[in-house]
Design a protein around this ligand. Structure first.
Ligand code: UN1
Length: 512
């Protein structure tokens, strides 16, 4: 029988002890109407069943949206500072549960414990930030052009928001969406990635325990066509937020447009890190490793291209490749592991296919390229950190998002040429420059065409109170994080109060 209360992880090699997780709809943990479930397995050891989750369908989505619609009628009237107090309480609870949430996440997603602790911390940071926002949500008051008339604009919630979230930051990214949405007075239905539903479940559980009223946050697990599709098409859903691939973003964006839903898309990246001759080389090598191979290269912000000026090119390559070869690959639950597995078999196949593509295009592979499948690796989706050098900027490995541990190093002559290479892709999420020259740093901050630029740091590591998102095919102009999220989850209402006791006509009643 499905139950929400069986405690404890699955035994290695068995699925019978795996805990069953339910959907959360209208304040109740419920089974899917389909009666079907799916397994969530550990990508570092596929014998380990992390949990059994509901394989939901349209009926479940409809019920969740209906619960959210009903809850909205009351939640929108709760004063924002009170709504925010619940989010503050959730932050405190997440701190208590941080280690367990991090371990669950490493088991279901594969990234190393240091990083999954960071992912939970990012949700905590987000909760504190938006808890404070309950007492701000500022809007302008402004003079009216007419006497005895008052003018202001206030932020109002939109209604039911649908969220479709990815597996690479399975708690942080849901928190970027859910927390500002509910502080602003909306209600939500979230569909977590099928590879990592547990971390999103853990976040929703915390929100429920912290006192979010029934129906305000609902979670429906399952797959894109059966859950994501009905969610984005549902007429009662007034806003959709997706973090995912550019291909899925195109579908969600065009679907949302048909019913004029608000739609926020955070999509792919092919993020460049430029290293100039005057850079601190030690710093650049370490930054490039962290940016390229952290999260096994599975961040939209991953450093997938390193553009190096010719004067230090060979030294950088030698040191970078030497370090990449020595990265310790393994199960993320081992504290000494530096890089975990790919999320699943199909992602691993994609990563390996780019090894072939790069080699066929004539780039030189200096290390890596192989699947690791012997001994401790035999039950997981592991591969070696892979570095291509002398990559031409137009090659597919330098143009397409791989989402794996494959880094392309591209030589350049000077900063202007590096910026042209950096910008010469369809995406524009993150970017980085290593230099000690302040003039060059400021020129790059202006000219790198991306939503994020780092100076003397790699392309990953965004903080939650700054806008997060990108230009071109990376999104549709919205930003998550900080004020960007408040802008997305509210609609402006302009209010005019005429206390003159007569009919005053704007633009018309004036003495010229
Ligand atoms: C992502 O790349 O998919 O900036 C999200 C970072 C993290 C979030 C990344 N704070 O690297």
């Amino acid at each position: 029988m499905a139950t929400d209360t069986l405690a404890g992880p699955a035994m290695l090699g068995t699925s019978t002890k795996a805990r069953v997780y339910k959907n959360f709809i209208d304040g109740e943990w419920v089974e899917s109407s389909t009666g079907e479930t799916f397994e969530n397995r550990n990508p570092a050891d596929t014998r380990d069943v992390v949990g059994i989750f509901q394989k939901s369908g349209k009926t479940d989505v409809d019920e969740a949206v209906e619960a959210a619609r009903r809850a909205f009628a009351k939640w929108r009237l709760v004063p924002a500072p009170r709504r925010a107090e619940v989010v503050f309480a959730a932050a405190e609870m997440l701190i208590e549960r941080k280690e367990q949430c991090a371990r669950d996440m490493t088991r279901e997603m594969g990234k190393i414990l240091k990083e999954t602790r960071g992912d939970v911390q990012e949700a905590i940071d987000t909760a504190y930030y938006f808890a404070g926002e309950g007492r701000r949500m500022f809007g302008p008051t402004t003079p009216s052009e007419l006497p005895n008339k008052f003018a202001m604009a206030v932020r109002q919630p939109i209604g039911v928001c649908g969220m479709i979230t990815p597996w690479n930051f399975p708690m942080a990214i849901p928190s970027w969406k859910l927390l500002p949405a509910i502080v602003c007075g909306n209600t939500c239905v979230i569909k977590p990635a099928q590879d990592t539903p547990l971390s999103t479940y853990n976040l929703v559980r915390v929100l429920a325990d912290a006192g979010v009223p029934k129906g305000v946050v609902n979670i429906v697990s399952g797959f894109g066509p059966q859950v994501g599709g009905p969610l984005m098409e549902h007429p009662e859903v007034r806003a959709i937020s997706l973090t995912g691939s550019t291909a899925v973003g195109r579908i969600v964006g065009t679907t949302a447009a048909k019913s004029f839903k608000h739609c926020s898309l955070e999509l792919g990246g092919k993020n460049p890190m430029i290293v100039l001759d005057d850079a601190n080389l030690d710093l650049a090598v370490e930054g490039g490793l962290w940016g390229g191979f952290g999260t096994t290269g599975q961040r939209c912000t991953a450093t997938s291209r390193i553009i190096v000026q010719k004067g230090i090119y060979s030294e950088f390559v030698e040191r970078y490749v030497d370090r990449a070869k020595r990265l310790k690959v393994g199960n993320g639950l081992d504290e000494t592991t530096e890089m975990g597995p790919a999320i699943n078999e199909s992602q691993l196949k994609t990563d390996l296919s780019y090894v072939e593509i790069g080699s066929a295009e004539g780039a030189k592979m200096k290390c890596g390229g192989n699947r690791l499948d012997k001994g401790e690796y035999q039950y997981g989706y592991f591969m070696e950190p892979t570095v291509f050098i002398d990559v031409d900027p137009k090659m597919r490995i330098a143009q397409e998002e791989i989402f794996g541990p494959v880094v392309s190093i591209i030589p350049c002559d000077y900063l202007e040429d590096a910026i042209e290479i950096a910008n010469g892709i369809e995406y524009g999420l993150s970017s980085a420059l290593y230099t000690k020259d302040v003039n060059k740093a400021f020129a790059a901050m202006r000219d790198l065409h991306a939503g994020i630029t780092y100076i003397n740091a790699p392309t990953i590591g965004a903080e939650v109170h700054l806008p997060f998102g990108g230009v071109k095919a990376t999104g549709n102009g919205h930003r998550e994080g900080g004020m960007g999220a408040i802008d997305f989850y509210t609609e402006w209402k302009s209010i005019y109060v005429d206390y003159s006791d007569k009919l005053q006509k704007a633009q018309i009643d004036r003495v010229d």
